[in-house]
Write a protein that binds this ligand. Sequence first.
Ligand code: NAP
Length: 274
Amino acid sequence: MPSYLITGASRGIGFEFLRQLSEDPSSIVIGLVRDKASTVKKVASELGGRSNIHILQGDLINYASLKKAAEDTSKITGGSLDYLIANGAVVSSNLSTHSTLFKLGDNPKALEDDLRLFYDTNVVANIHLFNLFIPLIRRGSVKKVIAISTGMADVDLVTKFDIATAAPYALSKVGLNLVVAKYSAEFRSEGILFMSISPGLVNTSHNDVTQMTDEQRQSFGAMAAKFATYAPNFKGGITTEESVNLVLKVINNASVERGDGGSFVSQFGNRQWL
Ligand SMILES: NC(=O)c1ccc[n+]([C@@H]2O[C@H](COP(=O)([O-])OP(=O)(O)OC[C@H]3O[C@@H](n4cnc5c(N)ncnc54)[C@H](OP(=O)(O)O)[C@@H]3O)[C@@H](O)[C@H]2O)c1
């Protein structure tokens, strides 16, 4: 009876983790979300209210809510957790994901606010999350902690293909990857696997060109053109279903014994991001 906790389970890739993992009725699947009522409603209408799904309220940037979520998880599972999937993240900001560079005209304050939002949510909050859930993971039988990262955090990719966009986001994910490597260094000897996995380019809301301004669409198009040079077979984003399917295979195959601790890989289990 494996147990899972997924952050950012309200929509996008996180909701798809919730859907696929709860298909096995013997699994306990816990989703951490900001708006509990609306996710409970969505689970009821889209997944027929599966009884092995538990939705907990929590905001990644509110430590007290994360602490309460760890306590509530412990009550649901009897004190342990097998898999922690740190998926929730700020992906786009008010300044837009795809066109945000490290220079924002003459507005250094807006740039600082943006950098802090990404850092607080995607780095600091996940450190708190890991600390709060490690006692449960220790008592679990699988002991896997997965951070959902992005190929945009691959410095070689950025350098070789001049990917200047989404800079504050990418910086936060580079930080997250290092957090994962550090936790792996500390907890490998206890048999706990920490690993960062990129889900690929996935058709979730922030990649929806119909919702973008002209400027965002242009920037996204330019980025996609660079991706096509990087991966000639790249045909555009994949569905959440395809992505989560691939990522779960990577998670299932990975182990401390195989040497996966601290690694940063794609949905293919290697460094090919698309
Ligand atoms: N889509 C892609 O192409 C792509 C590519 C590479 C990596 N990723 C990574 O995949 C993961 C999921 O991305 P996605 O595309 O599914 O993004 P998404 O549709 O924007 O969903 C983001 C999720 O994170 C939650 N979240 C954001 N801030 C939060 C906070 N302070 N506290 C709690 N939850 C918070 C959101 O909750 P609310 O509903 O409450 O806002 C939502 O559930 C992210 O880590 C992202 O970096 C995605």
